[in-house]
Design a protein around this ligand. Structure first.
Ligand SMILES: [Zn+2]
Length: 425
């Protein structure tokens, strides 16, 4: 798809800063077709007459820019290019769209009368999936058959019942990068965990799911543990976990996570199998609110979280449980070294596969933090982590931010250690 009058050359394309997105989806969880409407407010960054948005899965039916209709031309490009009135830097614009898409495949989890999105937010609204530095506010209305529930970002701003349907509007409250936005809808039971935590801890699950209290029991203690390590209280009123029986889902979103039964069910036999709750909950700080500025610094999301799962296990289950996690991470990283060599944690080149990326960003990342903890000492290490975290809440960060927070804790120069592990020098 392409807007009219547009023969865009790459150097004429300006970058954008998304500010606010207002999305309304009409969903019937039993079928894949979804209709959407969006109002997107953005600033143009830099000079250039045009901006372009990847539309990927979306079929745009109608569009207007600043109140003027945009003529759509189908050219198979899966992107929407818009001509702006001004060529110079700056300028605020409002893009309005109606569109449709099929909620299946990459980025969607479907089970009976349940539909959840996972990571690929720009498959259900117009945004920039890989721009981790661009945080924006989202209002998301989910229109569903009456009796179905929805889970969206932040809190419920309004709810309307009309003609057998319920429309619930969620407001993110905070600004998050695109990939953090998600929703889950369908026939779901809602359970509020009875805990001493001030944060409301909610579990959603399809009717008939059992042992939920038992499986999710560690949530409150984990929340407190991460608050302490982050040096920052969980900044929202509520956190929801959506339990998906038989699923391998494990994905964090703005104020909820998808928790697959394949990963969580073993906790009923082995209480130590609590990693998936811990991992996704830890992302509420590391990832969602302190976000790697781009994919090359992604170890700041995943390496830190993998390490903190080990640290949680150390506190809950003892030092052996910690060692077990670090040894496992090291084995996964070493396997990668044997097959394709090593790279620094902030490697900005490509990876052969998602698994290959994980062996560095998740596992080498966790091992590095274990070694760093040894090198700087217990107190300085946790102080450094808290300074890094609390000091960057609501921002996107790079490895240099982490390095300077750690360097602030000690007079010993840390360059050699970071050069070797992080920068690959
Ligand atoms: Zn993760």
């Amino acid at each position: 798809m392409l807007a009219s009058n547009v023969q865009a050359s790459a150097d004429d394309i300006a970058a954008v800063d998304l500010l606010e997105s207002d999305v309304a989806l009409v969903i019937d969880p039993g079928s894949a077709g979804v209709r959407g409407q969006q109002s997107l407010t953005f600033d143009k960054l830099g000079a250039g007459r045009r901006v372009t948005f990847e539309t990927e899965k979306l079929t745009v039916l109608q569009a207007s820019l600043d109140g003027k209709a945009v003529r759509l031309v189908e050219d198979g490009s899966r992107s929407l290019t818009l001509r702006l009135p001004e060529a110079e830097a700056g300028g605020r614009h409002v893009l309005k769209l109606s569109y449709e898409f099929e909620a299946k495949g990459r980025g969607f989890v479907r089970q009976d009368e349940l539909l959840a999105s996972s990571y690929f937010a720009c498959d259900w609204m117009v945004c920039n999936q890989e721009d981790f530095s661009d945080r924006f506010h989202l209002t998301l209305s989910l229109d569903l058959p009456k009796g179905m529930r929805s889970i969206g970002p932040g809190g419920i701003a309004s709810r309307q019942d009309r003609e057998g349907r319920t429309r619930t509007t969620w407001a993110s409250g905070e600004a998050f990068p695109a990939y953090v936005y998600g929703f889950a809808v369908g026939r779901l039971e809602r359970l509020t965990l009875e805990t001493p935590c001030e944060t409301e801890l909610v579990v959603f699950a399809p009717p008939g799911a059992s042992d939920l209290e038992k499986m999710f029991e560690p949530s409150c203690n984990m929340l407190r543990f991460f608050e302490e390590k982050a040096g920052a209280a969980y900044p929202a009123a509520s956190y929801a976990q959506v339990y998906l029986p038989g699923s391998r889902a494990a994905q964090e979103a703005a104020s909820h996570s998808l928790i697959g039964g394949v990963f969580l069910d073993p906790i009923l036999e082995q209480p130590q199998e609590d990693w998936v709750i811990a991992h996704e909950l830890a992302h509420q700080w590391w990832g969602n609110r302190v976000t790697a500025q781009d994919l090359s610094h992604f170890w700041l999301n995943e390496g830190i979280v993998t390490f903190l799962v080990a640290a949680w296990k150390e506190q809950r289950w003892g030092h052996e449980a910690y060692d077990k996690e670090i040894v496992l991470a090291e084995a996964r990283w070493r396997r990668r070294i044997e097959t394709s060599g090593d790279v620094g944690l902030a490697h900005d080149g490509s990876y052969a596969s998602l698994g290959d990326r994980r062996s560095i960003q998740y596992y080498k990342g966790a091992v590095f933090l274990d070694r760093l903890r040894d090198a700087v000492g217990e107190e300085a290490f946790w102080q450094g982590l808290a300074q890094f975290t609390a000091g960057h809440i609501g921002r996107s960060v790079g490895s240099q931010n982490f390095q300077s927070a750690m360097q602030d804790q000690t007079d010993e120069p840390m360059d050699t250690l970071f050069d070797e592990w992080v920068w690959g020098r």
